[in-house]
Design a binder for this molecule. Structure first.
Ligand SMILES: Nc1nc2c(c(=O)[nH]1)N[C@@H](CN(C=O)c1ccc(C(=O)N[C@@H](CCC(=O)O)C(=O)O)cc1)CN2
Length: 297
């Protein structure tokens, strides 16, 4: 039976580190995080509320902008511009997805790269892709996955093969770059990869970020592999009562946990790391702005 990687516990350790570091620099700079939520998507409301609350718990200056779904792109861009020029704000987070009438790419690229704590701006994407990781902002979910992998495999992944299932800009591609920077031999697979089970079976480290509930089965997993499940899918759970649902990942946990060496659960695995790494990135942004040494996680 696999070791269960407790993302909640690791995230709590990161948040404690961030809080202590923020307290130690409070005389020089108070990290400021601005979150922007557009519309009333219930999951986004929960995530943004958690981010704002956790920023306060870390001792940050935390401001949440909650905007109606009907806001125009020009109005949203004007807010981003105001925050770019606000010296009390070191990190700007625009919660995704945005409504269809807003061009998410244009909004993300309008954020100052120095305040892009989501790591989605082309400058930060480019830095990560060219190995300039220390001066980049790394997207929060892949950064969190790397810290979970570190707990099992250490920082140097030389000699290990990793398969990332999923090629999104937010998770799959940055994840592959981070694994490569840690010296793993990396394959990016996706829903159209031929012989996907066979490809996944070669991997010492599997990162599942394909967005399909329980797609990756136990017999796809190499015995002893480290399995990181980024998926968060809500599926019907009639066993809990009519109309009830439950969260599952992209990995079929029951079968995969019998074969893997270590595996993240859903919930309680990668998800909590996303918010913890946002706090870490915001602290880093504040340290850079104040000319202080940046923290290491
Ligand atoms: N601007 C961004 N938008 C989005 C991001 C992001 O990193 N930046 N990621 C996701 C959503 N997300 C954070 O925003 C996020 C998703 C899930 C969790 C989490 O802790 N999940 C829990 C389960 C929560 C539940 O019960 O529903 C878990 O896995 O244990 C945190 C953050 C999309 N948008």
């Amino acid at each position: 039976m696999a070791e269960i990687i407790d993302g909640k516990a690791v995230a709590a350790e990161i948040v404690a580190k961030v809080t202590a570091h923020a307290a130690s620099i409070a005389g020089t700079v108070v990290p400021g995080l601005a979150t922007i939520l557009v519309g009333e998507d219930p999951a986004s409301q929960v995530y943004v509320a958690s981010k704002s609350r956790m920023a306060k718990e870390c001792g940050f200056h935390s401001v949440q902008h909650t905007l109606p779904r009907e806001i125009t792109q020009a109005e949203l861009l004007a807010l981003v511009d105001r925050l770019n020029n606000d010296p009390a704000i070191h990190g700007i987070l625009v919660q995704l997805p945005l409504p269809d009438h807003i061009d998410s790419g244009a909004v993300i690229q309008a954020i100052s790269p120095d305040k892009d704590v989501d790591g989605f701006h082309f400058i930060n994407v480019g830095k990560l892709g060219t190995g300039e990781i220390d001066s980049a902002f790394v997207p929060c979910t892949p950064a969190g996955c790397m810290l979970l992998i570190d707990r099992v495999r250490g920082r140097d992944l030389s000699g290990l093969s990793a398969v990332v299932v999923g090629r999104s800009n937010i998770v799959g591609k940055p994840m592959a770059n981070l694994l490569l920077a840690a010296n793993a031999t990396v394959t990016i697979a996706h829903s159209r990869t031929a012989n996907l089970p066979e490809v996944v079976r070669q991997a010492d480290i599997v990162v599942a970020a394909v967005g399909r509930p329980q797609m990756i089965k136990g017999d796809w997993i190499k015995p002893g592999a480290t399995v990181i499940d980024v998926g968060i899918n809500r599926i019907p759970a009639p066993e809990k009562g009519e109309g009830k649902t439950r969260l599952v990942g992209d990995v079929d946990f029951n079968s995969a946990s019998k074969v893997a060496g270590a595996i993240t659960p859903v919930p309680g695995g990668v998800g909590p790391m996303t918010i913890a790494m946002l706090m870490a990135n915001t602290l880093t942004a504040a340290c850079r702005a104040a000319g202080l040494e940046q923290p290491k996680f």
